[in-house]
Design a protein around this ligand. Structure first.
Ligand SMILES: NC(=O)c1ccc[n+]([C@@H]2O[C@H](COP(=O)([O-])OP(=O)(O)OC[C@H]3O[C@@H](n4cnc5c(N)ncnc54)[C@H](OP(=O)(O)O)[C@@H]3O)[C@@H](O)[C@H]2O)c1
Length: 312
């Protein structure tokens, strides 16, 4: 179900911080102290305020999980477009990451993979009570945990940009210090902007190839279908509108009916009709193979980037 239709309920979580308990024999033992964080409205810190951060911030605000003024994002001084977008949402931006780390109940690591090590190096020992949700492609949970203060709860999340319109497709995998409550927060946030599922970490690369890159493939399909319509006499506006609505409708049919896509295709393919004639052309030109190859290639590229990112 698309999130636009969803009612966002309120949730609370017990957040645990580690503190020192001084024992009679002079030994110092770490203990977990419950801190009550009202996650009715979350203070969210975006480390990196680019496209994805903006899409998520807008989605979280629209879903009622945060407010513009409760969001702080770090942007580079020359990134005036992003700074302006956050301003329009009522959110502040800063040029450095430490104020963001201090601000958020939940931190979202949303910089490009090559900038991740620099941002992680800005965390201090006591920052380990903050839940970090990393949307950065390629950086593994182990690498994130190694670079962060000890026992930082980390969750790796792979969203996609339709989160902006409440129809995102997100998966997440939790690190070894993230508990059920942390997973609940990730699930709640990302379900507020679409569907969200927990998966094993080794699913993340193929999910990136399918769902995070996927909108780009579908935009190409929409553009090409519209071009076909224009070639056959439709105007541009009606062609784009119909192509986009057809993709939306077909996706909704697959989700809502639970029928196999092959069955749905058979249902609209009459003998000697125009649809089967078109399908024959698509098969001749390798539509299925092209998509399978694309997702395979994108997964391999993700693995390549991951192995570079996680070398040290
Ligand atoms: N776009 C997607 O569909 C998508 C989907 C899933 C996951 N992701 C992941 O999400 C992350 C962000 O992607 P994006 O598409 O949002 O990229 P983006 O638009 O380039 O956003 C990254 C932002 O971080 C800023 N930045 C660079 N260095 C920084 C620093 N030291 N401190 C703070 N901010 C810094 C960049 O500023 P400048 O532009 O000025 O360098 C940029 O605004 C990536 O790791 C990507 O793999 C993206």
């Amino acid at each position: 179900m698309c999130i636009v239709e969803r009612n966002c309920d309120i949730f609370f979580r017990l957040y645990f911080a580690v503190s020192d308990q001084h024992l009679a024999d002079g030994e110092v033992k770490k203990q977990k102290i419950p801190l009550n964080i009202d996650t009715n409205m979350l203070k969210i810190g975006f480390l990196g305020g680019g496209k994805m951060a903006q899409a998520l911030a807008k989605g979280f605000i629209r879903a009622g999980l945060s407010k513009g003024e409760m969001i702080l994002a770090s942007c580079l001084p020359n990134d005036t477009g992003s700074i302006e977008t956050f301003k329009e949402m009522g959110s502040n931006t800063v040029f450095t990451n430490v104020p963001v780390i201090d601000h958020g109940d939940v931190l979202i690591l949303s910089v490009k993979p090559q900038v991740v090590p620099k941002v992680l190096s800005e965390f201090r020992v006591h920052d380990n009570k903050k839940l970090l949700l990393s949307i950065a492609m390629g950086t593994s949970l182990t690498s994130l945990e190694k670079a962060l203060p000890k026992e930082t709860p980390v969750i790796r999340v792979m969203p996609n940009t339709p989160a902006l319109v409440g129809c995102g497709a997100t998966v997440f995998a939790r690190g070894k210090y993230a508990n059920d409550k942390d997973a609940e927060i990730a699930e709640k946030l990302f379900s507020s902007v679409g569907i969200c599922e927990e998966v094993p970490e080794n699913f993340i690369d193929p999910v990136t190839a399918l769902a995070a890159s996927g909108p780009a493939y579908i935009y190409m399909v929409i553009e090409a279908m519209a071009d076909g319509g224009v070639k056959m006499g439709l105007t541009r506006p009606i062609a784009y509108k119909l192509a986009a609505q057809t993709v939306l409708g077909a996706g909704t049919m697959v989700r809502e009916t639970n029928l196999h896509p092959g069955q749905l295709k058979d249902d609209v393919t009459s003998p000697a009709g125009s649809t089967i004639t078109a399908i024959h052309q698509l098969e001749k030109h390798g539509l299925r193979s092209a998509l399978i190859n694309a997702i395979e290639a994108a997964t391999l590229r993700c693995r390549e980037v991951s192995s570079q990112a996680n070398k040290n």
